[in-house]
Design a protein around this ligand. Sequence first.
Ligand code: GAR
Length: 193
Amino acid sequence: MKKIVILISGGGSNMAAIVRAAQREGWRERHGAEVAAVISNRAQAGGLAFAREQRIATEVLDHRQFASREAFDAELANVVDRHRPALVVLAGFMRILTPGFVQRYQGRLLNIHPSLLPAFPGLHTHRRALEMGCRFSGATVHQVTAELDFGTILEQAVVPVLPDDTPESLAARVLTQEHLIYPRAIARLLATL
Ligand code: GAR
């Protein structure tokens, strides 16, 4: 079985969309794949409750308990590796990863970012897109490399920016597209593994 490990920090709606797509599309039968674990760096991440309801293994690793980014990432890799993942999926995981961690999972580490990369890497993407007067925004699924929000693009979705948009309304429109493209990108990659 190809195991998928999903890393979250918050609401986990992308993680839930992936879990639901796996169920709906029968990834077990079709791809020999399953979501094996959901790992959060925050104990209060909303997505953990959903994962537990789905009887998916959950783990919490609080980054504040570690003296350095390297120490956190080393333990995170230990936790991830216990599940022997074919894919490691960052889904709203709000931590910058060390080059060592990224290298360890090279080619099987994915991220979703709420902008049309390479535009607006980093934080506050929707506010920045509005400030720049963008007419379109969107979301990007990409391979993770040591450079933040960079790496080969696997899927993108475009949404219009509307005249009355706030960062929140634009984020919500983008998020509905994230829920479509992330499962699609993963299913496509699974078919090649
Ligand atoms: C999503 O919009 C995701 O693209 C973004 O955080 C949100 C998480 O929502 N990720 C980043 O900004 C990563 N740099 P979710 O927890 O409901 O999936």
